[in-house]
Design a protein around this ligand. Structure first.
Ligand code: FAD
Length: 434
């Protein structure tokens, strides 16, 4: 093909509408070739029935069908390393510009820098846009330019800045005819990339006015299952964060809105502190003498600790790919504090299992639980896994669902005594951090 074109590179922004980079590409002077790359660097580490890959794959097939039916176009699908794919594309097409959206994870930053340098060496422009957050990088920082390390002042400045922010929705419909007219662009089967369809399905999200209005009253009770389930949709971009913030504001619910701000808080932390997936934010917490007992870790993973709310949470995660936030905090605290197992083990297990796994939120929250992170829970705050039941699952409804044998002789013995484990934890933490 000799006619110059632009490429839009879909990554974690899997939607045709209100997608900033895609919108800007379509408004440009050249026809737009939409592409998606199944990145072998990422895929090689995942199990072959990973539900997230099935979800990404099915979403892309739906997007391809929409473009085929409505615009006689499609999305070109590739498998390999992004650099290999871009080298081939540069050999095949006369590319004027490549458009894509920002991504803040350490690997993504490196990958995008490598692609940028390859494209610029070949006189191709690389244009990138903010899409997955309202405020990114240095948008919300202290007066001296340093990032906020505490959530509340960050959230206040976030809201202040938002007052002057144009919350634009990027409607693509009127520009969608600028896509390359070719409905037979390369496709892939799931098996071509080494995967098979998962039995687990990513849940639909719910952001009805009622859910948002009642969020504060219901969000803490796992049996009610009344949170939005937006996680995977924000992660893979099947919803736009701008539309979700608009909804939160329309329903005047500050708490729900603030959850979305927590997400951005942790994203800017990961952006500014890319070592935090591996290192404690507060360095002295890396001196903790973790016990790291593998047999105990397995019991925790399998939901066989003898503490019913912990076990219900872990079994919910294993069976469904989701765990309620309240229970995430409890199982995380139990792992780090009762069992003295390194938070990185728990983080990695969640990363493998959670449909809504997001590096910034997972690392941020695990470090919060372990006491080692920014704005973290103090180390001597140790959830009591039994009294938590009376607070958050009084009728044992959630427990009965996932641990039906919990009050019978078939249920496992408690793997540690709460009081002893608590004292052991305080001693070990104190030795490390004081
Ligand atoms: P809702 O309660 O409906 O909240 C709406 C959205 O706000 C969420 O989808 C999420 O994007 C954001 N949000 C809510 N709470 C938080 C929070 N504490 N931190 C950051 N963002 C938040 N969230 C993830 O998205 N990915 C993770 O990998 C992840 N790992 C976690 C690990 C631990 C140990 C803990 C304690 C929490 C973790 N969270 C993570 C935060 C929170 O548990 C989930 O965002 C929430 O349970 C997802 O359910 P929901 O979409 O129904 O959330």
């Amino acid at each position: 093909m000799t006619q110059p074109l632009s490429i839009f590179w879909f990554k974690r922004d899997l939607r045709l509408d209100d997608n900033v980079g895609f919108f800007e590409a379509l408004k440009g002077d050249h026809p737009v070739l939409p592409i998606f790359i199944f990145d072998s660097e990422i895929l090689d580490k995942l199990p072959e029935d990973d539900a997230r890959i099935t979800f990404i794959y099915d979403t892309l097939q739906d997007m391809r069908s929409t473009l085929q039916d409505e615009r006689d176009s499609s999305i070109a699908m590739y498998h390999g390393t992004p650099l290999e794919v871009f080298k081939n594309l540069a050999d095949t097409y006369d590319i004027h510009s490549v458009y894509t959206n920002h991504d803040y994870e350490p690997y993504a930053k490196e990958r995008d820098a490598e692609i940028q340098s390859f494209l610029e060496d070949n006189a191709i422009k690389f244009k990138t846009f903010k899409d997955q957050v309202i405020f990114e990088k240095d948008d919300v920082v202290k007066k001296d330019g340093d990032p906020y390390l505490v959530y509340t002042p960050y959230m206040k400045v976030w809201k202040e800045n938002f007052k002057n922010h144009d919350l634009k929705i990027y409607y693509t419909n009127e520009y969608l005819d600028n896509v390359v007219k070719n409905s037979r662009l390369p496709n892939l089967r799931l098996s071509d990339i080494g995967f098979k369809s998962s039995n687990q399905k990513i849940a639909e999200y719910t952001v009805t006015p009622t859910l948002i209005q009642e969020y504060e009253d219901t969000r803490n009770y796992p049996a009610q299952d009344s949170t939005s389930r937006l996680g995977p949709h924000l992660r893979f971009g099947t919803v736009s964060v701008r539309k979700m913030v608009k909804k939160a504001i329309a329903e005047k619910n500050e708490i729900f809105w603030q959850e979305l701000i927590w997400r951005e808080f942790f994203m800017q932390i990961l952006y500014h502190f890319p070592k935090t997936p591996n290192k404690a934010f507060k360095a002295k917490y890396d001196r903790i003498q973790w016990r790291n007992n593998e047999a105990e870790f397995k019991k925790w993973c399998d939901g066989q600790t003898g503490y019913p709310l912990v076990d219900a949470g872990m079994r919910q995660l294993n069976q469904t790919g989701f765990m309620h936030n309240r229970v995430r905090m409890l199982v995380g605290s139990f792992l780090c504090k009762h069992l003295l197992i390194d938070w990185r083990w728990g983080e990695a297990y969640f990363a493998e299992k959670l449909h809504d796994y997001e590096m910034s939120s997972n690392v941020g929250n695990w470090q919060w639980v372990a006491g080692s992170g920014v704005d973290a829970s103090p180390y001597f705050r140790i959830f009591n896994p039994t009294t938590q039941i009376d607070k958050f699952d009084k009728n044992r409804k959630f427990i009965k669902k996932y641990v039906p044998e919990f009050d019978t002789d078939d249920y496992v013995e408690k793997m540690v005594d709460h009081k002893e484990a608590r004292e052991r934890c305080l001693k070990v933490y104190k030795e490390a951090v004081s």
